[in-house]
Design a protein. Structure first.
Length: 463
């Protein structure tokens, strides 16, 4: 795990394990209640309300003792006996706390059989959860596309030492796609690597003797909107926000121009997927009608697929209802002279390639509905900079324009609610996207979503 990401994952696992232990206790009580009358369980058991005080001990102290025994440390390298030993010690200390509470606070446990059942169920559930987490982690790591792509930059010796310090978990999670020697290679090689590999971060392993070269390289990352991780404490930036983190055991400074990994971003992802699922369920009938209308209106596929640039420029396939004739992309070069947008993107108000039904779909934004599948898959967000075709991204005139790629693309953003028909400059479009990135919050997302509804209903700004 990497720094703050590791911390957030740890907190998530602790919460999940605490809830799992609470569920195990409820299940133990239920099993004991069900067993009343069987040999050895002749005495009736009291209602669950008589045991509820134990939950106030189990929920907070259970995960704490698990962490103190190292249950969350180096899970990939742990054996089953080691996990069992850590769980046994954690439950021993948890039992002491429960006994102390019962003795000093005069609290009783109406049935002693519940506690052994709780321990057995909890240990089994926690070990199963840990094994499932490890298996899922390893499967994701084995899939090259899911590993985080990073670039190492610095002196040859420093990069070698850094790679040798990688933990087994880091080796599973990271795919080092390039190593740039800042002593011998120009900064343009680093920039080319960022474009080629859709890199999410660059890890600098240089010393103070290469401060000037490091400053230049980090400035290039800043312009591109890519995180720069530096084992240093002496770099200043104009846009990126410096932060302190750990890469393994090494302290580093992180220069971010995008929102930091946080619970808010994780909540955003949950809202995106849940919202997309709900909207797909609510609009499925409408999507079916649109699909039938497109099929009968003009020959060709119902869904238009196009490769677009996702976060950090990573390509993905975006879905839309087809609103143009099937040969539309081949005709674009003929219409280039009529482009109404200044910059690398193409926009034309009365585009002759649009079908009759396509004009209605675009005016009502119904052609965008299939992108809910992209949101559900995690390629897009409900709110974020609009994804552009790969060929338009390659035409960006300024490296600073690529910073709009530093957040996951979305269905709507400030450009959509700011009268997009009135925006005829790509520079202004980028300015709005960067304003969203720099000021991002869940509250801003909510405001954009609320303002998007009347814009869509009025059909204003759509082409």
């Amino acid at each position: 795990m990497l720094g703050r990401k590791q911390e957030l994952n740890l907190q998530f696992l602790q919460i999940a394990d605490g809830l799992l232990m609470v569920f195990s206790f409820w299940l133990a009580h239920s099993l004991r209640s069900f067993a009343w009358g069987f040999p050895g369980f002749q005495d009736p058991i009291g209602p669950f309300s008589e045991f509820q005080w134990l939950l106030f001990v189990i929920l907070p102290f259970g995960p704490i003792f698990l962490e103190l025994q190292g249950f969350y440390s180096h899970p990939v390298q742990k054996s089953l006996p080691k996990s069992f030993e850590q769980l046994a010690r954690a439950f021993f200390w948890l039992g002491l706390i429960i006994a102390a509470c019962g003795y000093f606070l005069k609290l009783s446990i109406p049935s002693r059989a519940v506690m052994p059942l709780f321990v057995v169920i909890s240990v089994g559930a926690l070990m199963a959860r840990e094994r499932m987490t490890i298996v899922r982690f390893r499967k994701r790591a084995m899939r090259e596309a899911l590993r985080e792509q990073v670039v190492l930059a610095g002196t040859a010796r420093d990069m070698q030492l850094l790679r040798e310090s990688f933990s087994p978990a880091q080796k599973f999670e990271l795919a080092v796609v390039a190593e740039i020697d800042i002593e011998t290679q120009p900064i343009s090689v680093l920039v080319a690597a960022l474009h080629e590999h859709a890199v999410s971060r660059v890890i600098f392993a240089g010393g103070q003797s290469h401060l000037n070269r490091l400053q230049e390289a980090i400035s290039a990352c800043e312009i591109e909107g890519v995180e720069a991780w530096l084992v240093a404490d002496f770099i200043r930036t104009s846009i990126a926000r410096p932060d302190f983190d750990f890469f393994g055991t090494q302290p580093v400074l992180v220069f971010r121009t995008t929102p930091d990994l946080s619970w808010a971003l994780m909540v955003k992802d949950v809202i995106d997927r849940a919202g997309a699922l709900i909207l797909l369920a609510l609009t499925s009938w409408l999507m079916l009608l649109v699909a039938v209308a497109i099929k009968f209106a003009s020959p060709g596929p119902v869904i238009f697929k196009q490769r677009r640039a996702g976060r950090n420029g990573r390509p993905f396939t975006m879905y839309k209802f087809r609103s143009m004739h099937t040969n539309a992309e081949m005709q674009q070069s003929e219409l280039a002279a009529f482009n109404q947008m200044r910059g690398p993107v193409f926009k034309l108000e009365k585009d002759p390639r649009v079908t009759r039904i396509g004009r209605i779909l675009r005016r009502t934004s119904l052609d965008e509905l299939p992108q809910l599948l992209n949101v559900l898959r995690g390629d897009m967000s409900l709110v974020g900079p609009r994804p552009l075709p790969l060929y338009e991204v390659q035409k960006f005139e300024s490296p600073a324009q690529r910073r709009r790629l530093s957040m996951k693309p979305g269905l709507t953003c400030l450009w959509q609610i700011s009268g997009r028909n009135e925006v005829t400059s790509f520079e202004e479009w980028v300015r709005l996207d960067l304003e969203y990135i720099d000021k991002w919050s869940l509250w801003l997302d909510l405001k954009i979503l609320v303002k998007t509804v009347p814009v869509v209903l009025r059909g204003s700004g759509a082409r």
